[in-house]
Design a protein around this ligand. Structure first.
Ligand code: CTP
Length: 402
């Protein structure tokens, strides 16, 4: 359909980028990028007429998006040349042809185009050796300033290498490292860094691999000199998904896995730098404060829980102020069997214990309101958590149903 629409408008239309790469790799990709030689918005409007969906146009960028369903998106861009007024800036854009449009892109494997017009339907434009690099499993930039002009490509190179199991071609690796040495990554806004980081986390299968490459290439240290990531931290990252899956099966819960991953990746950052590193990776200030509070209390918690006999109420009081994500992080981060056992016990059992009586119940028993209410309720909660209560004869009663 896109080719026919292009023919009717007398425009050349190509499918490009990740879609072509994944087509060659026989992998599904429902984010389809079109490039038109001609007005992309006119093309997008006509295509929208033909295929339906929800159209959004961005006239200032000469781009448009048609959302066909929750997982099928068609992106249309007018073939353009991009140039950067200064490194790490957002690019300036100028109308152009398919060659220039491909040349502005990141890696050769993302720079192939297939023509959709009837007369040359299926013709592949591979000006930069993308097919060869796909075969060689190689991530290669098109020109040596690529990472300097757009340092987000540092993250993208790592993400693609990790996802596809490819290597960074020798000079590409050097260019990447030069960009890091020149501190290019610090010119990116926190928003852009965060977006790239979250992209990596979402690619769960390859997250451990991408973090390993980040460490190997010195990206963490380039982001912040206090962003220390040890090899054992990387090992622990591997465990998170399985640990969380295990807990989910035993007790329905809605952990935010990303938060657990972020806490684990920052687990070796010295306390003095923790807030600064958190500010790079997390936007939500309340979440930052929550994460920091838990991470700063980690050693105290481990110290108390590593004993072989800790009573239920101590565990309850110690862990209750922390979010499920923080508890999952403590669980995953510690090797100590006692610590793990107590945290699991809290997550699966103790945290569900709550008071089901209130001040009204005490009033109906004829007790005069006052500070005694708090003491009684606290003691009932404690008794419930401990699983024991004594009646007035001093006889032990089971209190969990109170
Ligand atoms: N692109 C680029 N430089 C960037 C971001 C994107 O050159 N910093 C180009 C690449 O050609 C890429 C295309 O824009 O293929 C689309 O970008 P995006 O959707 O982010 O990447 P995909 O390759 O589709 O990757 P994914 O499979 O992760 O969606």
């Amino acid at each position: 359909t896109a080719g026919t629409v292009g023919d009717e408008l007398n425009q050349n239309v190509y499918v490009v980028g990740g879609f072509v790469r994944d087509l060659m790799l026989k992998t599904d990709n429902w984010d389809i990028d079109f490039v038109t030689e001609g007005d992309g918005i006119v093309f997008a409007k006509a295509l929208h007429q033909a295929v339906g969906g929800k159209l959004t146009v961005h006239p200032q960028f000469e781009t448009a998006v048609i959302r066909l369903s929750s997982h099928i998106t068609l992106d249309v861009v007018t073939a353009r040349r991009e140039y950067y007024e200064y490194p790490a800036a957002l690019p300036k854009v100028e109308k152009s042809n398919i060659w220039s449009d491909l040349f502005r892109r990141d890696f050769t494997i993302n720079c192939m185009a297939i023509c959709l017009n009837q007369s040359s339907f299926g013709d592949m434009s591979d000006y930069f050796g993308g097919m060869k690099d796909l075969q060689n499993k190689s991530i290669r930039v098109l020109y040596n300033l690529s990472f300097i002009e757009d340092p987000t490509r540092i993250f993208r190179a790592i993400r693609f290498a990790a996802r596809l199991g490819f290597h960074l071609e020798v000079s590409t690796r050097q260019f990447l490292q030069q960009a890091l040495q020149n501190d290019m990554i610090r010119r990116l806004s926190h928003d852009r860094i965060r977006e790239e980081f979250l992209h990596m986390i979402r690619e769960q299968e390859s997250f451990h691999h991408s973090m390993t490459l980040m460490k190997e290439l010195g990206v963490f240290q380039a982001l912040h000199s206090g962003f220390i990531v040890q090899s054992h931290t990387l090992e622990r990252l591997k465990g998170i998904r399985f640990a969380m899956e295990g807990f989910r099966q035993l007790s329905p819960s809605s952990f935010n896995q990303t938060v657990v991953m972020l806490m684990q990746i920052m687990s070796e950052v010295p306390p003095a730098y923790l807030e600064e590193v958190c500010q790079i990776l997390v936007a939500n200030q309340t979440l930052i404060q929550q994460m920091m509070k838990s991470m700063n209390q980690r050693d105290t918690i481990y110290h108390i829980l590593k004993e072989d006999e800790v009573d239920r109420f101590t565990i309850y009081q110690l862990l209750r102020p922390h979010t499920e994500e923080a508890l999952m992080f403590f669980y995953n981060d510690s090797d100590d069997p006692y610590i793990r056992h107590y945290i699991a016990f809290y997550l699966l059992k103790l945290r569900h214990i709550q008071l089901t009586i209130s001040g009204n119940d005490l009033k109906s028993l004829g007790i005069n309101p006052g500070p005694i209410y708090r003491r009684i309720l606290d003691n009932v909660l404690k008794a419930k958590v401990l699983g024991t209560i004594y009646d007035h004869d001093g006889e032990l009663k089971y209190a969990e149903n109170l």
